[in-house]
Design a protein around this ligand. Sequence first.
Ligand SMILES: [Zn+2]
Length: 57
Amino acid sequence: MPGHTGDTMPTCNHCGAHVSERFARVFADENGDIHACISCSANAGIAEVARERARGT
Ligand SMILES: [Zn+2]
């Protein structure tokens, strides 16, 4: 089992769940923070997050 702390799985800041690197690349903000994962988005609506990002740039 990998025990080193070199590779950090991207995690959702909201619930702490692991997300895929691809998901992180799309939804992380400029600080690398992911404000909602797939399961969070099912509840909260990730469209809001995407809209915030679109406005930021
Ligand atoms: Zn989450």
